[in-house]
Design a protein around this ligand. Structure first.
Ligand SMILES: [Zn+2]
Length: 467
């Protein structure tokens, strides 16, 4: 049988502060926004103040001595750490009764969150910490509406670490502890179960990092779930991300075949199309990183780099970049070189915060002796974003023409006799003709003729005569 014994303990007032904590919840910027309700639900469910004394041996000592004569608790001046259970107090007389019969030191310790709830004071050099005078600390603080910029933490300790920190800083400084609160989910196993020793499903990060590299693990963690959601760890997906980084390396090696022009040449429509997509990407990644949610940005980077830039643009301009037959003018060739390098440099800079090692290695090999991490983050240029969206049509048209050859058992180098594409693609004619080795390329929105196979790309008709 278990018997409950009521004991006297120290409490910190919390219920009285709930209305002010609710106001703080509205002032803070939450990432994701739904995280606000994790905390609000918690403070709305509180039914008692915070018990802060513990009957545990290990912990932060409570600096109190009790007067032997009257029993009153006596506290030392702030500024020094005391162990009352083994040390004499730094005073001789009781502050209450003036008695000098001696003192009994407190043997209890604090709840662990009593220390961790003032971590923002510690990092912001609250008086008592070195390096800054009290005067300059409070002057700095008076000019801003919160103590620290950011609290990144897991969702499981919203009711403790976050809650007690907000409470303590409110009580001490009368302001929110943070401007932003950034709440992440948990890494669970691939079936969604919490990792635990008893289930034997714990994945230790070190071997995964050793096998795939820290960059792959970081990019995987960014891509695999939206901010605040749990991450189901699946090693095969880390392997997939590692293959992407291998692909990035190969793209860089290919582009390094061509000199980077020092000036912008007159760009072709194909170049303008990929630069338009690139600028949309910059905007998306910037928004994503700025909101502390790396998921949409890194997924967009992955898709652009592999599924649009490498699979389509690079393939479309290969012939122009090499220009082995002199089909293209020098200006057209250099426009391809410039665009390839500009896209690669931008991709590297956008990826650098998430995959700092591989991007820096490529950057230093190709572009500079200085680190990529000294570069400015790219800014989107709205004037480079085209009104027309060519991407679905280009991607699906290329896929159709590749599939035609594959289905006929032909190598991709084998020529196609006649292809009739939608008029919208006419501006890309030269690159498309060279890429797919088309002998006769026509454009029509109402294509007709005998001996053609018909396909669809982005809802438009395409006719192909293989031979
Ligand atoms: Zn006393």
């Amino acid at each position: 049988p278990i018997e409950y014994v009521a004991m006297k303990e120290y409490y910190l007032k919390m219920l009285d502060f709930v209305p002010q904590l609710r106001e703080i919840a509205e002032k803070v910027e939450w990432h994701p926004p739904s995280a606000k309700y994790l905390w609000l639900n918690w403070i709305n469910s509180l039914t008692m103040d915070w018990p802060i004394s513990r009957r545990r041996y290990y912990g932060t000592e409570i600096p109190i001595w009790y007067c032997k004569k009257c029993g009153a608790p006596n506290l030392p001046e702030p500024g020094k750490y005391y162990k009352p259970w083994m040390e004499q107090p730094p005073f001789n007389k009781c502050a209450k009764c003036g008695g000098s019969d001696g003192f009994i030191g407190e043997t209890r310790t604090f709840d662990t969150w009593v220390d961790s709830s003032i971590s923002p004071l510690f990092i912001s050099l609250y008086p008592g910490n070195v390096k800054e005078s009290n005067e300059s600390f409070f002057k700095k603080l008076s000019s801003r509406p919160y103590l620290c910029d950011l609290r990144p933490q897991g969702k499981d300790i919203v009711g403790t670490w976050l809650n007690y920190t907000m409470l303590r800083i409110l009580q001490i400084l009368d302001k929110p502890a943070f401007k932003h609160v950034w709440i992440s989910g948990h890494v669970v196993d691939k079936d969604g179960r919490k990792m635990s020793k008893s289930l034997g499903n714990i994945v230790y990060p070190e071997p995964v990092v050793a096998k795939y590299g820290a960059d792959a693990v970081r990019l995987y963690a960014s891509m695999i779930a939206s901010l605040g959601d749990d991450v189901r760890f699946d090693e095969s997906k880390v392997a997939g991300v590692a293959r992407f980084l291998q692909k990035l390396w190969n793209i860089a090696r290919f582009i390094s075949n061509f000199p980077e022009p020092t000036e912008v040449f007159s760009l072709t429509e194909t170049d303008k199309w990929i630069l338009s997509e690139l600028n949309k990407l910059i905007r998306k990644v910037d928004e994503s990183y700025s909101s502390f949610d790396f998921h949409p940005g890194t997924v967009a980077l992955y898709n652009f780099t592999w599924n649009v830039f490498a699979s389509h643009y690079v393939e479309m301009v290969k012939a122009r970049a090499y220009n082995r037959n002199g089909t293209f003018s020098e200006s057209e060739q250099k426009a391809a070189h410039w665009t390839l390098h500009f896209c690669l440099k931008t991709i590297l800079k956008l990826l650098a915060p998430v995959t700092p090692f591989i991007t820096d290695a490529i950057w230093r090999q190709l572009y500079s002796r200085e680190s990529i991490h000294k570069e400015k983050f790219p800014e989107a240029d709205p004037s480079m974003i085209l009104e027309e969206d060519y991407t679905p049509l280009i991607l699906e048209t290329n896929s159709v023409l590749w599939k035609v050859k594959k289905n006929a058992g032909l190598s991709l180098k084998v020529p196609l006799k006649t292809v009739i594409l939608p008029k919208k693609l006419e501006a890309f004619a030269m690159d498309l003709r060279e890429m797919h080795n088309i002998e006769e390329l026509q454009f029509s929105d109402e294509p007709k003729g005998n001996g053609f196979e018909e396909f669809q790309a982005d809802g438009k008709r395409i006719l192909v005569a293989v031979n």
